[in-house]
Design a protein around this ligand. Structure first.
Ligand SMILES: Cc1cc2nc3c(=O)[nH]c(=O)nc-3n(C[C@H](O)[C@H](O)[C@H](O)COP(=O)(O)OP(=O)(O)OC[C@H]3O[C@@H](n4cnc5c(N)ncnc54)[C@H](O)[C@@H]3O)c2cc1C
Length: 481
């Protein structure tokens, strides 16, 4: 039997994709500039089917790329030459909801927003809310440790996942963590969350969820420039106020959002902040008043409360649709994702503006300001010869600015294929080696996403540079990789 036939026996013929035209659907993720056609795509329906597919791929020496909804922005689910893509889109069941203990067990293909929709009638919600939440999957969120506007107060995905079921490289099915609080032993759940699909395939996730806040107050404020807006963010948080969300948009981002969504935000503002304060009503009023006073002291031009719930939702739709809105002002854009200390926001944005002037590329900024998690969008036109490469180079320079300010090369979109080359600029060889040992404890054969995250590894524990046999190789435990 041929290779597709053998996988079709496991998942069913209609869930095994080998037609070259159909495979093109899977040739990239949200990092659309890079494309590779996989050898085969399978869409299993259960943990047992995932396990059998992994075993067969191992037998056939096929690398495996796990895939959720393919919205990742760092090439995490970008296929690898000859790879088997295991897609989670059929594993979309909510398996169990325990309201008393606020735990939910679900399959990884469940869409993020559907979790809160499911909980809404009972008065609960799931806090991590990436702007892509209407399409991205919980499995992808786990792999990327995804954040979102409301992660400032409530924490990232890692703070909301308590247990996992996972298929390892040999097809073994393992349970990690516990639905009960304080699982004993090493916190392996946190090692898996954010591991970008390198350790195994997550096939079930247990998340904790929260009661919906009694009250939420949204405030929109405009400023002459990002300097004053950045100062306001730092001072609000330094004053001990933790807004549920505090997001910043610069002039170019406002222009795109207004064009795409019809919000009536002023086009002459240099920057805007969109803030949610939530909690019990008395606390919300107190914190919102204190935050508004700081916005004024920092030079806010205009401060608005949405007139009603639909205007509030429209404001958030504007913010969450900001990346897509760039299509109104540019044929293409490259989304960068870096982190800086919150207190450096104004200085870093000035350096990015200078880079924009010197490179000639327009750069829009829309980001999770409270977390210091920048998303500069480098606007370009792929039809102009060489522009894609130059835009990417500008985006890399932005990462270097972040690193110079004591920040990092990714806040929430991951390293994936896109940023593996820069890991060596952020981490020393020893750091990378330690991370590689953790990876090899789960997947010694580097079956899952083998070319991602680490800069060109050859063997677990390998160092970049001249070839030196690894201790395990010298001891005859493994062959040269
Ligand atoms: C418009 C837009 C806005 C975005 N906004 C945000 C944001 O606010 N915050 C944020 O954090 N991200 C954001 N993202 C990025 C992206 O949506 C997230 O990284 C998301 O978690 C990816 O989920 P996915 O299901 O699309 O995963 P994919 O893109 O399919 O995969 C992402 C990674 O997870 C791995 N993976 C997927 N499923 C599994 C599994 N079951 N087991 C093991 N590994 C798996 C893949 O191999 C890959 O490495 C945005 C993206 C877009 C396009």
């Amino acid at each position: 039997m041929n290779v597709p036939g053998r996988f079709a026996k496991i998942v069913g013929r209609e869930n095994c994709i080998s037609d070259p035209a159909e495979l093109r659907v899977y040739e990239c993720d949200g990092l659309t500039g890079t494309r590779v056609r996989p050898a085969l795509v399978v869409l299993p329906a259960s943990t047992a089917e995932v396990s059998r597919c992994v075993k067969l791929a191992q037998e056939l020496a096929m690398p495996i790329v796990p895939r959720g909804s393919g919205t990742g922005l760092s090439g995490g689910s970008l296929p690898i030459e000859g790879a088997l893509v295991i897609g989670m889109s059929r594993m979309r069941k909510i398996l169990n909801v325990d309201l008393e203990n606020r735990r939910m067990r679900l399959q990884p293909g469940v869409i993020n927003l559907d979790v809160s929709k499911h909980l809404e009638p009972a008065g609960y919600y799931y806090a991590p809310d990436p702007s892509s939440q209407s399409v991205c999957s919980i499995g992808g969120n786990v792999a990327e440790n995804s954040g979102g506007a409301h992660c400032l107060k409530y924490g990232f995905t890692v703070n909301h996942v308590v247990a996992l079921t996972m298929v390892l490289a040999g097809g073994e099915i393992v349970e990690i963590g516990s639905a009960a609080p304080d699982a004993t032993g090493y916190d392996l759940t946190s090692a898996v969350v954010g591991s970008e699909g390198l350790l195994g395939i997550v096939t079930e996730v247990v998340v904790r969820f929260l009661r919906k806040p009694q009250s939420t107050r949204t405030v929109f404020a405009t400023f002459p420039s990002t300097d004053e807006a950045g100062e306001a963010v730092s001072r609000i948080i330094a004053a001990g106020i933790v807004p549920a969300a505090i997001e910043m948009m610069d002039r170019l981002a406002i222009e795109a959002i207004v064009a795409a969504t019809g919000v009536d935000w002023p086009l002459d503002a240099g920057a805007a902040l969109l803030m949610d304060v939530d909690g019990i009503s008395a606390e919300v009023e107190h914190c919102a008043r204190a935050a508004i006073a700081i916005l004024r002291e920092c030079g806010a031009i205009e401060i608005r409360d949405p007139r009603n719930e639909s205007e509030r939702l429209l404001m958030w739709k504007g913010r969450k649709g900001a990346f897509a809105a760039m299509g109104r002002i540019s044929p293409n854009y490259y989304v960068q994702d870096g982190v800086i200390p919150r207190s450096d926001i104004a200085a870093v944005l000035r350096e990015i503006a200078e880079l924009s002037r010197s490179s000639g590329f327009r750069i829009a900024n829309v980001f999770h300001a409270g977390d210091g998690n920048l998303h500069p969008l480098v606007l370009y036109d792929e039809h102009v010869a060489g522009e894609s490469e130059r835009a990417e180079h500008v985006a890399t320079e932005i990462l270097r600015i972040c690193m110079r300010h004591g920040g990092s090369i990714t806040g929430e979109h991951g390293v994936g294929a896109d940023k593996a080359a820069y890991m060596g600029e952020l981490f020393a060889d020893d750091d990378l080696e330690t991370m590689n040992f953790v990876r090899c404890a789960f997947d010694p054969s580097r079956t899952f996403n083998p070319t991602k995250v680490f800069p060109t590894p050859r063997l677990c524990g390998d160092r970049p540079g001249a070839y030196v046999p690894h201790a395990t190789e010298s001891a005859g435990a493994v062959g040269r990789g």
